[in-house]
Ligand binder design. Structure first.
Ligand SMILES: *[C@@H]1O[C@H](CO)[C@@H](O)[C@H](O)[C@H]1NC(C)=O
Ligand SMILES: *[C@@H]1O[C@H](CO)[C@@H](O)[C@H](O)[C@H]1NC(C)=O
Ligand SMILES: *[C@@H]1O[C@H](CO)[C@@H](O)[C@H](O)[C@H]1NC(C)=O
Length: 457
């Protein structure tokens, strides 16, 4: 009986000992980690035979293009970067460790290749991922997102229909190809066409990411490089809507303003306001257009030429108005001189003559004063005829009639001359307008052709 109780006690003690939680030291994961890192030196390249190089596989997914800075010639991209290599010291038999085939280790504790991007110019805001995955055959997977600020030779001439070709070159900064070699994890085609993760709603469209492997010979060693060409294209719609179309509208309004009558000053006022509006518009748009010290995009030239066209049309209007006013003055001067010529040329002659005759008749009347009260029929008849011939009132009336006739004639002449001038001015205006339209048409069609070829090619 006592032996049964003893056995029961023993069993209960054993079961109690069984229910006590295992210390963390003894967990399979812990044991495995300790076993792997016990005599691990993270400064030593993990190969058993030093002559064999470590092959680092690289993979890349472009996640987004954050910023393209034409002035500084740099591009900020967000990429998902993967590095995979074989660590010959991190191998184990899964059978021994509770079937564990894959564990995560601190990336500080193991050897990590010094692969960097040659073009990087600035440290982006990349999150620090402290772990790597290691599987039982020693394959280490180091996955991390990186924000790359890289130098890129930006071609802005075709802006806003531009395509950019920015390279990201991965290489081991120190190790030559005999120590660290590079290779692509997936096939080049697969990487080139992988745009699944790309945030496609931004300003830039990812076309493809072709890649190739090459070796650079430096000194007596070869250095492995893997180059990714990130080909991106700008979406011009936003820019076309916000900049190009208003500019085109202003030009159209300017062209329409040619239908305002040229002899009123309104056209000049109107054109001046358009020019002013365009200047304000351009100043506002200056920030939106990328510019480098060396090159200006064609759109900058487009704006400058549009401005030149506006100035040209304003100058043309001023010229026509000047021509009109000039002609009016000239016609007036001409008519005045003609009038003066008439008055003091031939008319003056008759006027003085008539004056002379009238004075003479008055003298005659005075001379015949002695007979004034002699109411002889002969004398009466004589004085009457004298009065009719040279009366000053009659002479004055005649004079008035002559000058009125002259004035009317002059007016008519002046009117016809003015209409001739006006017609001529209108013709000049029309001709200049056609020239202007032609130049504008040639210019805009050239530009359109260029841009359409860029945006489609
Ligand atoms: C290392 O590898 C090379 C060739 O791969 C071989 O000739 C050499 O014997 C190896 N060394 C050792 C210690 O195994
Ligand atoms: C370790 O990972 C590599 C690459 O994913 C794979 O090829 C290999 O089969 C894995 N090894 C084991 C034991 O799962
Ligand atoms: C991009 O640039 C690289 C070198 O800078 C060049 O080898 C490659 O052909 C270019 N790709 C395209 C599509 O222009």
């Amino acid at each position: 009986m006592s032996s049964i109780i003893f056995l029961w006690l023993l069993l209960s003690v054993i079961s109690q000992a069984d229910s006590v939680p295992e210390k963390p030291k003894r967990s399979a994961l812990n044991q495995l980690t300790r076993m792997l890192l016990r005599r691990y030196d993270c400064g030593v390249r993990p190969v058993l035979n030093w002559t064999s190089p470590t092959l680092v596989y690289i993979d890349l997914i472009i996640q987004s293009v954050l910023d393209v800075d034409g002035q500084m010639q740099k591009v900020t991209t967000s990429i998902w970067y993967r590095q995979i290599w074989k660590d010959e010291f991190l191998m184990w038999d899964p059978e021994e460790f509770d079937g564990i085939t894959e564990i995560s280790l601190s990336s500080d504790a193991i050897w990590v290749p010094d692969v960097i991007i040659s073009e990087f110019v600035d440290e982006g805001k990349s999150p620090n991922i402290p772990y790597v995955y290691v599987n039982s055959s020693g394959i280490v997977k180091n996955y991390k997102p990186i924000q790359v600020v890289s130098a890129c030779d930006l071609e802005i001439y075709a802006f806003p229909f531009d395509k950019q070709n920015c390279t990201l070159t991965f290489r081991s900064w120190l190790h030559s190809v005999s120590e660290v070699d590079l290779a692509l994890w997936r096939s080049a085609e697969e990487i080139a066409t992988d745009t699944r993760e790309f945030m496609n709603d931004g300003e830039w469209e990812l076309l493809s990411v072709p890649s190739h492997y090459w070796k650079m010979h430096l000194g007596d060693r070869d250095y492995a490089h893997i180059q990714f060409n990130v080909l991106i294209r700008r979406r011009p719609l936003l820019f076309v809507v916000s900049v190009l179309i208003p500019s085109i509208f202003l030009m159209v309004v300017d062209v329409i303003s040619f239908y305002l009558p040229p002899n009123s000053g309104t056209r000049i006022t109107f054109k001046t306001s358009i020019l002013l509006g365009y200047t304000v518009f351009r100043v506002n748009m200056m920030d939106e257009i990328p510019a480098t010290a060396m090159k200006t995009p064609l759109i900058g030239v487009f704006f400058a030429v549009c401005m030149a066209f506006l100035v040209l049309s304003l100058a043309k209007s001023i010229f026509v108005v000047k021509l009109l006013h000039h002609s009016e003055k000239e016609v007036k001067e001409m008519s005045i001189s003609a009038c003066l010529l008439d008055k003091y040329g031939s008319t003056d002659q008759t006027f003085s003559e008539s004056l002379f005759t009238s004075v003479r008749t008055l003298d005659d009347v005075d001379q015949s004063g002695g007979y004034e009260f002699d109411l002889s029929p002969e004398a009466d008849l004589l004085s009457l005829t004298e009065a009719r011939d040279g009366s000053p009132q009659l002479e004055k009336v005649l004079q008035e009639v002559v000058s009125l006739k002259l004035y009317l004639q002059e007016e008519e002449d002046e009117g016809s001359a003015q209409t001739d001038w006006l017609a001529l001015c209108y013709k000049v205006d029309k001709f200049l307008f056609r020239m202007y339209l032609l130049i504008l048409l040639i210019y805009s069609s050239t530009l359109l052709l260029l841009w359409s070829s860029w945006s489609s090619g």
